[in-house]
Design a protein around this ligand. Structure first.
Ligand SMILES: [Zn+2]
Ligand SMILES: [Zn+2]
Length: 345
């Protein structure tokens, strides 16, 4: 049993593109931005290449651990891959791509599943289309670029959005949350938050510099041991956190504190961490802890069940299903953290 209060928590920016695909930054430049943004892990995911493995290579740079995944990129069904997984042709059937990643022990996530593209911003739709497949680790519940581009609804709004890179981060998108809650009814489907940082250049302008992207959507990962200095061992711990749902999706614009924890307990002697699938029986309660006073919202099967202010949260789990919380804070009750669920089966 892992006592969730004893977890180690890491601020991770994942889904990041460098010059090795369509990002504009070199890896050293991106690392400098990650260091300045105060994150612990930078997880690069260039389109269909792991070139960053050779240059400069994974490892610690100052306090930042740099790891190299990929974004497998067919025309739709983009798939984020973490772990030591050899490349695969993106033209393979999506089911084969998922199977390939799983067979190497990697964690795979459907990227920006409800992306609509944006004609104003000349972004095509990269929506997840092949929904009959299964076997993926989870979904990108939040994607900074995709969430932001949905705000561009006209020319004036587009100009406004260009000046406000954090527009659209106040709330996760309802259609993506609904998709997540629906998949979770049958199995654990892990939610993560990606930056999709590219630092696009338009003339002399940089849209979404890395330093801006890294202060937006992050994924916090929780491990039972501190990350070792050996990057391979550290990567294995983080991939395990991704696979088991020991992850929260954080809007760093609303706060970057560590200390959120979520678990289920029964009669005080059985404790199961966030992400667990538990056989239902009466007596389970959900417990949450926040580092600052927040406004808690509890969802069961995607339906709001309870709302409460405070730093501690407790609620009886009275039925089987998917239970997760949202932490809100500030004057406008901005969505700060989306937990992964606890599943009662
Ligand atoms: Zn993509
Ligand atoms: Zn991407």
């Amino acid at each position: 049993m892992i006592d969730p209060l004893q977890w180690y928590e890491y601020r991770v920016v994942l889904h990041v593109h460098s010059r090795y695909s369509d990002g504009s930054g070199s890896v050293p430049e991106i690392l400098a931005a990650a260091q300045a943004a105060g994150v612990d892990v930078l997880w690069l995911t260039d389109h269909d290449t792991r070139a960053a493995l050779a240059d400069p290579g994974p490892g610690y740079y100052g306090h930042v651990l740099c790891l190299v995944g990929t974004e497998i990129t067919p025309p739709t069904n983009h798939y984020l891959v973490f772990g030591d997984v050899p490349p695969i042709e993106p033209s393979q059937p999506f089911s084969e791509i998922i199977r390939h990643v799983a067979s190497f022990g990697g964690a795979g996530f459907v990227a920006h599943p409800e992306d609509r593209g944006n004609r104003m911003a000349r972004l095509p739709s990269y929506r997840w289309t092949d929904r009959a497949v299964d076997g993926f680790t989870g979904l990108e519940v939040r994607n900074h670029l995709s969430d932001w581009s949905r705000e561009i609804t006209g020319l004036a709004r587009g100009l406004w959005a260009a000046l406000h890179p954090y527009l659209g981060l106040e709330e996760a998108r309802g259609d993506v949350l609904a998709l997540w809650d629906t998949w979770g009814k049958t199995r654990r489907v892990v939610g993560i938050g990606g930056t999709d940082a590219h630092q696009a250049r338009v003339g002399a302008f940089r849209i979404f510099p890395y330093r801006v992207s890294f202060r937006g959507i992050r994924t916090h990962l929780y491990t039972p041991r501190p990350l070792p200095r050996d990057w391979r061992a550290a990567e294995a711990l983080l991939v395990d956190a991704l696979k088991t749902g020991r992850a929260s999706v954080v809007n760093a614009q609303a706060g970057s504190e560590l200390g959120f924890r979520l678990w289920a307990e029964r009669h005080g002697d059985r404790i199961e961490p966030m992400g667990s699938e538990i056989a239902y029986s009466p007596g389970w309660k959900l417990c949450g802890l926040a580092p600052v006073p927040v406004f808690w919202q509890l969802y069961h099967q995607g339906i709001l069940q309870a709302e409460e202010p405070g730093t501690l949260f407790q609620w009886p789990l009275t039925a089987p299903g998917v239970w997760r919380v949202v932490l809100r804070r500030g004057r406008h009750r901005t969505a700060w953290i989306y937990s992964n669920p606890i599943y009662l089966r």
